[in-house]
Design a protein around this ligand. Structure first.
Ligand code: HEC
Length: 133
């Protein structure tokens, strides 16, 4: 009995530790999995090759397009914080609408960004209107 109780306790602790239901935490985990290799853990990007997300004016000026960039990627000239980038980002088609929304919420609030909440329903609507569709 004692062993059963401690096993149960362990299972509960593990379930809590792995809990992915917090959208911000889920967004952070997805960021680490899908974005960090290029945009880096601190969101600074990489020199002239990868634009930053930390402090990025693109996230504010192109609010409606961020979901499409994540799903379908982007290429060609883009100016972020007065620096011109001309590169390619592949899309990540396996992410669901909700996962994309959680990532946007994460990058909108990480690294001192304060770009407001993103809404799952709006993100789904934006994804239906992506030019590459
Ligand atoms: C393989 C490298 C790579 C990965 C992985 C990647 N990006 Fe990008 N990202 C880029 C590059 C390069 C550009 C600029 C493309 C261009 O010049 O047109 C870019 C541009 C962007 C932009 C628009 C410009 C800016 O800096 O605000 C956003 C937003 C963005 N990425 C978000 C993400 C998110 C979120 C993820 C993960 C879901 C991600 N990227 C994954 C390389 C990457």
């Amino acid at each position: 009995m004692k062993q059963a109780v401690s096993t149960l306790f362990l299972v509960v602790i593990l379930a809590l530790a792995c809990n992915d239901s917090n959208p911000y935490r889920q967004g952070g985990n997805l960021y680490r999995m899908h974005c960090e290799s290029c945009h880096l853990a601190n969101g600074q990007g990489l020199g002239q090759l990868i634009p930053p997300l930390a402090g990025s004016d693109y996230l504010v000026k192109h609010r409606e397009e961020v979901a499409c960039v994540i799903r379908y990627g982007m290429e060609g000239p883009v100016t972020v914080n007065d620096t011109l980038y001309n590169s390619v980002m592949a899309g990540i088609p396996e992410l669901s609408d909700v996962q994309i929304n959680n990532i946007i919420n994460y990058i909108n609030h990480a690294w001192g960004n304060d770009y407001g909440a993103s809404n799952a329903r709006e993100v789904s609507a934006q994804l239906k209107r992506c030019p590459s569709q």
